[in-house]
Ligand binder design. Structure first.
Ligand code: PMP
Length: 354
């Protein structure tokens, strides 16, 4: 606590989201933020930067609607999926009164955003979501206003079935918004809940260009929902959230050719993930590998010090506390050369343990 009398208590108590970049790690191989290893080259020429941009650039909205097999009224463009999370909390939750349900462990920004807005957390477990009955889940959700389902879940990689999402949305009709965060859905597109949006007025899907589209630096996400859900959010969002420069690059990233190229890269990354999982399963330095569906693999180390050994080799991965144990690690799927660094690290570890 800062003792700053100007700060509201919930802001004073905030633990800032600790991102890979804010940790200021040094290294040569970056496999810690679930970024794409593919570098997009962009070529833009913009002449009218003296003018304010289109608040929701029509070309991008139309292209994304086509890509997601929805109509433009279902699409809101935001500064990353993170802004979508923030807008949902700001628009739909009454500070000091409402709560949001999360299935832990899960993506950290749901909690940071709720804390920032003085909205309570109804912290449930990921195993309840995966293994519990719909009745048990609905009882535990209680009167939470928003229910965040990260699918596939970061950091465990687990998937909630579409049948379960449908059943939860049905049971919470007129009671809560079910928000399916599909930041990693391009790595398992058949699992997307986006086709359910026409059917469910309380379903929201979050998307991003930061992962499979290889544009984390662009800060572009999409909130997909029925027009009635998006209408109040459109009143809350900043007047010009998307710069002209961002809109231009996002439009080119959503051209049919660019989407084909993204899908080709996903195929390669998914194949590399299979290879990485095999190496991990065979390594005595690794106790347990979670079956991940995103562009990352999460594992439990036999010895936490192995993480520091990797850092000394310039290999940066994400260390985690999961299930109360601080020896978990998440490895993003990089390119072949980057994963070779993981192999060298693993081989070195098994030599030191044998
Ligand atoms: N949701 C999940 C599950 C994520 O892992 C991330 C980023 N790591 C985000 C949302 C935020 O994405 P964006 O870069 O679009 O803000």
């Amino acid at each position: 606590m800062s003792n700053n009398p100007l700060l509201p208590a919930n802001i004073d108590a905030l633990a800032a989201y600790s991102s890979a970049k804010s940790e200021k790690l040094t290294g040569t191989t970056w496999l810690n933020a679930n970024e794409s290893p593919y570098v997009k080259s962009v070529n833009i020429s913009i002449e009218d930067l003296n003018r304010y941009p289109d608040p929701q650039p029509a070309t991008v909205i139309n292209s994304y609607a086509t890509y997601a097999q929805l109509t433009p009224e279902h699409v809101l463009m935001t500064r990353g999926a993170d802004e979508g999370i923030e807008l949902l909390v700001r628009t739909y939750c009454q500070p000091g009164q409402d709560s949001v349900a999360l299935f832990l462990p899960t993506y950290g920004m749901y909690k940071v955003t709720a804390d920032t807005h003085n909205v309570a957390i109804n912290g449930l477990s990921q195993s309840l979501l995966l293994d519990g009955s719909v009745d048990e889940i609905i009882t535990a959700v209680g009167n939470s206003k928003l229910v965040f389902i990260c699918n596939p879940n970061n950091p465990t990689g687990s998937l909630t079935s579409l049948d379960k999402i449908k059943a939860i949305a049905t049971a919470l009709t007129d009671k809560a918004l079910v928000i399916v965060d599909e930041a990693y859905i391009e790595f398992c597109p058949e699992q997307s809940a986006s086709s359910l949006i026409n059917e469910f007025a309380n379903l929201v899907v979050l998307r991003t260009l930061s992962k499979a589209f290889a544009l984390a630096g662009l800060r572009t996400g999409f909130t997909l929902a029925q027009a009635s859900v998006l209408a109040p959010i459109r009143k809350v969002i900043a007047p010009y959230p998307v710069s002209t420069v961002v809109a231009s690059i996002a439009a080119s990233a959503l051209s049919p050719d660019a989407i084909t190229s993204m899908r080709r890269q996903v195929t390669i990354l998914n194949a590399l993930k299979v290879k990485l999982k095999q190496w991990l399963a065979a390594s005595p330095a690794v106790l347990h590998v979670l079956s991940g569906e995103g562009n990352f693999v999460t594992l439990k180390l036999a010895d936490k010090n192995s993480f520091h050994v990797a850092l000394e080799q310039g290999l940066v991965m994400r260390a985690f506390t999961l299930y109360g144990e601080n020896d978990w690690l998440r490895i993003s799927i990089g390119n072949e050369q980057e994963l070779e660094q993981v192999k060298i690290w693993l081989d070195g570890l098994s030599q030191s343990t044998t």
